[in-house]
Ligand binder design. Structure first.
Ligand SMILES: Cc1cc2nc3c(=O)[nH]c(=O)nc-3n(C[C@H](O)[C@H](O)[C@H](O)COP(=O)(O)O)c2cc1C
Length: 212
């Protein structure tokens, strides 16, 4: 993670490949750093060993995190450190990828240890479909629900283009398809603008709260 900035934004790409979603998240992070001067961090699920939650309830009983020893161990500290997250996914069957869903489910272990682990972090979704209307919005709604459940502050990018978050269209052509989707990239930038604004407002609010 780069340092010296007031806000940090983590992008998580929930594709098993380094293609459309990987490109779209890094493009959003580069925009966030260049336009807003925030620190950025990135994590791809490509090549990662992240198992399903087994509902063993070890995390609930012991409140010491997850018993499964895999690559979630690298993602947990990044999730905790960042002020704001962009959770990004390819659209699979009109929903988030199984890879990203597994990581989302595994977040239960952190919240079991500390109910407010993610409180007041800002969350936005970025979904890349092979079709223009391939289910990006249902997938975005899943991500927004996840943020709400975990005491985060969900944001989209505003009406007239980025309503529920960033919906991108790869035409099943990987990064080249995303690069050609000017409308999707504009929506992604609007989502970043809103994400950073909200993270900064919350940072100021926290400093007022801490001073009281
Ligand atoms: C299992 C699977 C299911 C998919 N389901 C959808 C879908 O419902 N809607 C859609 O628009 N694209 C669907 N796609 C296409 C991908 O979302 C699309 O190619 C995306 O850009 C892939 O992102 P990536 O290059 O980052 O892996 C599916 C692809 C796979 C492998």
């Amino acid at each position: 993670m780069s340092t010296g900035a007031d806000i940090s934004v983590l992008g998580v790409a929930g594709s098993p490949r380094l293609k459309a979603t990987h490109y779209a998240v890094n493009e959003a992070l580069e925009y966030a750093a260049a336009k807003h001067g925030v620190a950025v961090d990135y994590f791809s699920l490509h090549g990662k060993d992240i198992g399903f939650c087994r509902h063993c309830d070890h995390c609930v009983r012991k409140r010491q995190g997850c018993i499964i020893d895999d690559d979630m161990g690298d993602l947990y500290p990044k999730l905790l450190a960042a002020d704001a997250w962009i959770l990004a996914t390819p659209v699979y069957q009109g929903q988030v990828s199984g890879q990203l869903k597994a990581a989302m489910d595994r977040c239960r272990a952190l919240v079991a240890a500390d109910a407010h682990a993610f409180r007041d972090k800002v969350g936005a979704g970025l979904c890349v479909g092979g079709d223009r209307n391939g289910g990006q919005e249902p997938a975005l709604l899943s991500l927004l629900g996840f943020f709400v459940i975990n005491e985060m502050v969900p944001v989209g990018g505003g009406s007239f283009g980025a309503n529920l978050g960033a919906a991108l269209w790869s035409q099943d052509r990987g990064a080249a398809g995303v690069k050609a989707d000017a409308e999707g990239l504009a929506a992604s930038h609007r989502v970043v603008d809103r994400l950073v604004r909200m993270a900064r407002l919350l940072r100021r609010a926290r400093s007022v709260e801490n001073a009281e």
